[in-house]
Design a protein. Sequence first.
Lengths: 107, 506
Amino acid sequence: MIGWTIFALAGAGLVGLGLYGVIMRENALHRILAFNILGGGIFLVFGFAARRGAGAGFTADPVPQALVITGVVVAFSATALATAIVVRLTAAQAEERDDAPHAKDDG
Amino acid sequence: MTQDHALSAADASGRLLMAGLPPGPLLALAIILPLAGLVPLLLLGPRAGERAAIALAGLGLLLAILIALQVGWSGTPALYHLGGWRPPLGIMLRADGISAGMLVTSAAVFFGISLFAATGRDRTNTFPPTFWMLALCVASGLNLAFLAEDLFTLYVALELLTFAAVPLVCLDGKAAQLKAALTYLLFALLGSLLYLLGAVLIYASTGTLDIGLAAQRLVANAPATGIALALMSVGLAAKAALFPLYLWLPPAHAGAPPAASALLSSLVIKAPIFLLLRIWIGLAPAPLAEQAAPVLAVLGTGAILFCGMRALAQSRLKLLIAYSTAAQIGYVFLMLPLVTYSGPLSMPESLAWTGGFLHLAAHAFSKAAMFIAAGVIAEALGHDRISSLGGAAQAVPISVAAFAIGGLSLMGLPPSGGFIAKVMLLTAAIQQGVAWIAVVVLLGGLLARGYVLRVVVSALQRPETDASFVTIPLRRQSMALVLALVAIVLGFIPLQPMDFLLVGRP
């Protein structure tokens, strides 16, 4: 049991790190990475819940595994969407700077 | 007498019709139907795809009404077990009174917005197929969020809604829109992960994700229960833009094209609001819910007063409307300390309950009308600075009227759905001796009067001498008026608790 508790604690630690990053970081790319760390931590905690067999008193519960896989797919799509917007935003900002070379750049 | 007979005959034939029509599959159909619209959009090209999307929006409204009739007539929630699997392992769809009410509201507003969007992105361009695809995904995600009874399915619904709503913010690809979309996405992702962490903790302590089953198994004084509910609440509040987590909303909702703004502001945020209510009404153990209710009501108060004042201070019309959304969502949370969480509701409690949910519906109609009207006004004038709206009443009279009529509901003036909802909350608060809630309802109405009248008065001024206006076709102006009039019609609901909204209340 001790061995599995370490995974749960590691998950909790990742959740803390991820939360800190999402809230405190300014850079969008850093925040997207922090979001993935946060998600990874949550999936690890969920895996621990499966190990405890909380569902039906089995030695292990398969339901969280199926949900974690769905969660990974959702997190992946979210990351793809967020990075796509960052790429478009960077391009659009560069374009606006080129269009108005004399305008004051307020960043 | 004869009318009674006619009514009961209609009732009987309705029952007969419904008897042959099991309600369950309709719930699944409500989620699938909008997604079916993606096929013609991809295969038949933009024009035919657009027509199919609008037809499906109309069909979705019929379907939602059928489900609501079924729930109302039977007096019991409609249930559907996906694949025949029952909880705790299977996933259940469930439409009780409030879900069915939200379903009809969102389908009706969605149909109205679709008809407006059919008149084009602006006078010269139509909407690209991308808009219709995203809009249909929003419709499907909303229905899933209103019907799912499973915490993880709800997480998926919230994410589907986010993924469809964020690109709607940045349809034109301008830097400011992309920036607003990115902020919105990061807020929403953080919100859904906090919600997911809460759901994981609920699963770990109850072994089920079904809301009804988990509610029976949750222990009120276990620390995990409180932490899980708090995490889910913060996550949903971030997605719902509940004060003080509203900062992402104004730039995101104000930057999008009018039809998209209307979708986002009147419908998309209703899903997390509805889930936040569901969690405290249907999942949380009663003692915890009683402790949390005043906290949520105080946040609602913060929204009504602070965001109301921010709305008053705006110089751009679309930003003003966006801040008013952030303010108006506060009202439904004022309902929470006015209802009980164990046992049936007393008369004043069910009045508060009805008022809260009626407010959600009235806000959806009036906000959609106001965003569309504001978009048309900005199109006619070429700008949306509130200080120089002069001449708008001559250039686009129907749109200004739609804005003002939609505004009646926000201000809580009769006759309007917003008026009835606010009177219900006010009456319930006074009858239960919770004076501060009554004061907040009244102050919020005053603030709304301030910002709505500021716009209307400015629009009624004479035009500036050098002003030139673009003519907007009548068809493009009229949809906002229809939506605003529905918000008015809601004001003729009798001032008493609606039994329909109490169907299936846990």
